[in-house]
Design a protein around this ligand. Structure first.
Ligand code: MRU
Length: 352
């Protein structure tokens, strides 16, 4: 397994609370915030203090523990405690709608609650331990994704990525940027082109910071530039993350990903998704069933608190788009690279 260790730990359970990097202030500040209540966690996910599909999954799992600790103080019977906690867990899962890792991780905590034979203190301890287990597994899974992905990175490649699917979108290491890290461990001549990623600029603010922290050569471009560089033959492959993958391989990721995929197809540039199996939602047949988050108009009308357009202009702000499976060269997971036909390869990945 790759030895190229990212210095970043995005989220961690500590004693009785969750500690996370506040991603709303990156890159001006790199600071940790402590989240001590269930509602604070709901708000941290919604306001994107923590973001990125796998990271918000872990945040959701921690949020259930925080709710459990609060409910304990209400002196409920064991049955009342369990019923209330399951309701709070469902509420936590609604904090953001598109990234399925959130629902997946909350469901893992609900299984612990339903299956527990312990008293209230015991249930809380089991939830904590399960949250810590999910955290640690996330890093291991990312390293496996990275190592599978590194096998398809050509020597000296320039890799284009969109948004941030890095250490800061996960517990550590990253999915798409995990592939970059593992490839860089073997070949110091690779480099990354990072899309700025309007409107929240995760590419500019977060991807450039975490890659340069690790000494990986990175060039920032604006979202509209990708086809220009592809036409010049300057991009060898695209690797992006995912928020939800349907059973047929259709993939929701940060808005703008679909445009990159179309440009890649036109220019014969391989386009890969890197994501854990927990991002695959086999309950939906195609991307048409994926709920796309609508975010606030201010994300589009303002940059750094300053308005950049006519104040009364209409705005639509979908947070994600769906890339059709025909545009995807492969889906890099912790069990290998899934290839078309995705209905078949995804089914097989879950059977093994
Ligand atoms: O809105 P965000 O910043 O949470 O969106 C994140 C992305 O779209 C990422 O690229 C995706 O979650 C993959 S994270 C490994």
């Amino acid at each position: 397994m790759s030895e190229f260790i990212s210095k970043i730990r995005t989220i961690q359970w500590i004693d009785d609370h969750s500690r996370m990097v506040d991603q709303t202030v990156v890159p001006y500040e790199f600071k940790y915030v402590d989240i001590t209540s269930g509602q604070e966690m709901f708000d941290a996910i919604k306001t994107m203090i923590v973001r990125g599909a796998p990271a918000i999954g872990i945040a959701g799992a921690h949020g259930v523990v925080l709710y459990a600790q609060e409910l304990k103080k209400q002196n409920l019977s064991r049955e009342e405690f369990i019923n209330e906690l399951l309701k709070k867990a469902d509420y936590m899962a609604t904090s953001r709608p598109t990234a399925v890792n959130l629902m997946w991780a909350v469901e893992k905590q609900k299984e612990v609650i339903r299956n527990s034979k312990s008293d209230i203190d015991g249930i809380i301890e089991e939830l904590k331990q399960n949250g810590i287990k999910l955290e640690n597994e996330d890093i291991e899974i990312n390293k496996r994704i990275g190592d599978y992905g590194a096998e398809v990175v050509p020597k000296g490649a320039t890799i284009l990525t969109h948004c941030n699917a890095g250490a800061l979108a996960t517990v550590g290491y990253g999915t798409a940027l995990g592939v970059v890290r593992s490839a860089f461990a073997k070949d110091k001549t690779i480099q990354v082109f990072a899309d700025e990623t309007r409107p929240r600029q995760q590419g500019a603010r977060i991807t450039t910071l975490e890659l340069t922290m690790d000494g990986i050569p990175t060039t920032l471009i604006t979202d509209g530039m990708c086809s220009y560089f592809m036409k010049k033959g300057m991009i060898d492959m695209v690797v992006v993350g995912a928020d939800r993958i349907a059973a047929n391989g259709d993939t929701a990721n940060k808005i703008g990903t679909y445009t990159v995929a179309i440009a890649a197809k036109y220019h014969n540039v391989p386009f890969y998704i890197a994501a854990p199996l927990s991002t695959i939602d086999t309950s939906i047949k195609s991307g048409d069933e994926i709920v796309i988050e609508e975010r606030s108009r201010e994300e589009v009308t303002h940059i750094n608190g300053k308005i950049i357009c006519a104040p009364e202009v209409n705005v639509i702000n979908p947070g994600f788009d769906v890339t059709p499976h025909e545009l995807i060269t492969g889906i890099i997971t912790e069990v290998g690279i899934l290839k078309p036909n995705y209905n078949e390869s995804i089914k097989n990945a879950f059977m093994n």
